[in-house]
Design a protein around this ligand. Sequence first.
Ligand code: ADP
Ligand code: MG
Length: 663
Amino acid sequence: MGRIRILSDAVANKIAAGEVVERPASVVKELLENSLDAGAAYLRIEVEKGGRRLVRVTDDGAGMLRDDAMLAFERHATSKLSDVNDLFAIATLGFRGEALPSIAAVSRLLLETRSADETTGTRVEIAGGKLLRCDEAALARGTAITVRDLFFNVPARRKFLRSEQTELAHIASLATHYSLAHPGKSFELLHEGKSLLDVTPVESIRERVFQVFGSRTLSDLVELEPCETVLEAPAPGDAPGDAEVRRLRLIGFISQPQVHKLNRNSIYIFVNGRLIRDRLILHAISSAYHNVIPPACYPFALLFLECGFDEVDVNVHPSKTEVRFRHGSLVHDFVRDALRQELIASRPVSSLPPAAVARPASPRTPGALPAQAAAALPFSEFSQAIENHGFAEPVTEPPQTAAEPPPADEPEAIPDFTLRRPQAPAPRLDFGGASIPVSEPPAPTLKLKTPDTHGPLPPGLLPDETYSLNQLVHLRPLGQIHESFIVAAGRDGLWIVDQHVAHERILFEQVLRQQAAGRVERQQLLIPIVLELTAAQQVEYARIADELHASGFETEPFGHRAIAVKAAPAVAGAADLERLMFEILEIGESELRRLSMDDVRRAIAASIACRAAIKVNMRLDQAKMEWLLSALAKTECPMSCPHGRPIALRYATREILKGFLRI
Ligand code: ADP
Ligand code: MG
């Protein structure tokens, strides 16, 4: 008796229907999800010509019984759902029974499979939806599905495919993401025989991140403390244990504030192991980074949310990439607050850009990259390709005509996407008896976990290389550069602090605190300032008048198109008040998205802080510099100014030692 059954019309009609096959990457996605649903521990993806000519996914999962192998190609044939109620708590990645028939309809497909319960396997061949063969075959347990000549019978679709590189980048991105979500499984991706990704099972996501991205990326990331919240308290009549499934758990990695991505393609969100694109969570991430990174920038984020299967509806989008949460706003706020807190707690600091560090010239040919940089190149190209293209986005662009991809037989047609295993780690800080003291105790809020809790760490990431802005309290100011940047000696290197943005951060948090307590210090103006407003500014004024009041401004309409400012926050000073007011009234226009009132309040605080902060080109005496650094150390978020620029750079002792060739 097989396991696959055809869904009844009643269930089939409730399924968000739609074309699941848009491009080679969608084939890979569906096949990978099937393999994962089948409990595979080993997944191998082979691709030729960016997936247009061939996609093959091989797994060591449960396999299919002989009868099922045929049935799997019927529409709405699935082993994963049986009645309508199952649709409200989907535990598997697939559930519609649509993928295999849809793929088989537009390609030449070969299925080879054997279940552990049968001694022989089955081979099924289908082209353009027509069954060509179905034979018994001696096969290993598991399943291999080969999809050749995608869209061979739908030329219109084939024309819409992008270049080989683009399609390959989408596939590589998908494979990478799924491998991140399943660190305990092996993933292999081969393009025309060349290995692009090859990861063996590891114990933690952290180790998988290291396998996939290497230590450079890992050191730019902060690991979230696992956190959870209760979505819904159990009702009085609920059975004990029910409360378990109403929890929401979050783990993952987010980037430090100095990482600025130009689009959202470096944000990966998984809900119950499913890769999704979700506006709600994307918004929560942006809110967490609001005032931490510049407005048009995005962080890198790798988030894994786990909740009860009935908490999230995955049946809202044809390609299952969008979901709907039952407790949407709770989920949003939970994610935002968890990320914000982690950013505040870890206080990561920017290093001086490596380019600023003099390196001995490479002994190789002139102009050649140093060996280290060359080794890193394939990955940066790879990640750039992914960043530029995103993943599994619908093919909406017209077919390329002018900029046709170069012919495939040119060797440079495919960029080197190889995900190398990280290079042998750099030697530890050890300079053969030199007497410079460098052994600092690790910072208390160490985010790179110690080996005992997270398995062996590569030695390049030893805790003594980590640091945080908590070190700010130990800084000793030495002087200023250009009367703009404070140079300070720290226990772990040389620091440079931008005096304007540092003060901006201090004032910003002070204003926020006063706003929250409803006690903003204000100054009455001797003569009210009258401002003429444009129509747009009047609308904005009406919208944010309460927030202005809460931030210490006393304003009132003055005639038709003007307002009178009678009092202002004490910190702002009277001189710049007019410009400050206009700047605030333009916040709504300059921000691309509509801001919530909370965001408006923060934006007002940021404007006040920016106008009131000490400027660059201003001489500071020793006492002022000391005050500034210690006040900065006390802020919640001393890593970046409210507009997202970094405040402090550190030239690590290690880099100094390297520069003097002592290590
Ligand atoms: P769905 O995944 O929505 O059930 P599919 O069309 O993707 O629908 O697959 C149909 C059925 O074929 C699945 O329910 C499953 O029983 C079987 N199947 C597909 N791929 C595999 C695989 N790699 N290993 C085992 N069974 C598979
Ligand atoms: Mg499926």
